[in-house]
Design a protein around this ligand. Structure first.
Ligand SMILES: Cc1cc2nc3c(=O)[nH]c(=O)nc-3n(C[C@H](O)[C@H](O)[C@H](O)COP(=O)(O)O)c2cc1C
Length: 217
């Protein structure tokens, strides 16, 4: 049986990224997002135009996607109700406050970009420097922003070789209905996977509507 519902949001689960962008005064702002997906060297970011991060990205054409790992959830939450904008845009409501130094609040350290101006977050093991290609308005203040990957920096312990991230040690963070989750156990691999994981490395759950092999039905 299924029940028709109207979810208040559609955040079934996606990667958390911390966008760093350059403010007009040259400092770097941090914007947590979960609406980021990639195809080839392209990333599409879902952003509200009320965000300082969106304004900076459209103005400068540059952004770094800093990908956090599981242990960073508490620090992300410390900056989640802050904005780099002053005053706080009316549309964001009274629960947000202006914060010009999200770095200090989160407890993170900056590292210069190689090709782009925004600083990278040392505590994130992956930094993707990207430049603006295009932006579309989805509705009044919601935009799909298309950026192109220019440089990818990966912490040494996650590097398998010059073109692969080690899927065993990389621990991304996912946002599911405004809750933070880690990647859980290994469930299997795609036919095109380039790394072979030997043996079973996590919980392999049976799907409830699928008859387990050998039990007929
Ligand atoms: C984990 C997380 C995910 C978020 N995902 C998005 C998102 O995908 N798109 C978006 O526009 N805002 C998202 N937000 C909200 C912004 O981060 C938030 O409004 C913040 O104040 C923007 O900061 P800024 O105005 O300094 O750019 C998310 C917030 C958190 C904590």
């Amino acid at each position: 049986m299924f029940t028709t519902i109207s979810p208040s949001v559609h955040y079934f689960g996606s990667l958390v990224a911390l966008l760093t962008t350059s403010n007009p005064n040259g400092t770097t702002n941090i914007t947590p997002i979960s609406s980021a997906w990639s195809l080839g060297d392209h990333y599409v970011l879902g952003l509200s135009s009320h965000h300082q991060g969106y304004r900076n990205l459209i103005r400068t054409g540059e952004v770094v996607l800093n990908l956090p790992e599981e242990c960073m959830a508490p620090a992300i939450e410390r900056i989640s109700m802050t904005t780099g904008s002053e005053p706080v845009p009316a549309a964001k409501g009274s629960s947000y406050r202006t914060e010009h130094d999200k770095w200090a609040v989160a407890g993170w350290d900056p590292l210069p970009g190689l090709r782009t101006a925004p600083q990278r977050i040392v505590q994130c093991p992956v930094h993707i420097e990207a430049t603006l290609d295009n932006s579309w308005s989805l509705e009044a203040d919601l935009h799909a922003v298309h950026v192109r990957v220019r440089h990818v920096h990966v912490r040494d312990d996650l590097v398998l070789d010059s073109s692969h991230v080690d899927v065993r040690t990389w621990r991304p963070m996912f946002y599911t209905f405004r809750h933070y989750f880690g990647k859980g156990g290994h469930l299997g691999q795609n036919a095109r996977a380039e790394q072979q994981l030997v043996g079973r490395t996590g919980n392999q759950a049976d799907c409830p509507l699928e008859a387990p092999a050998g039990r007929g039905g």
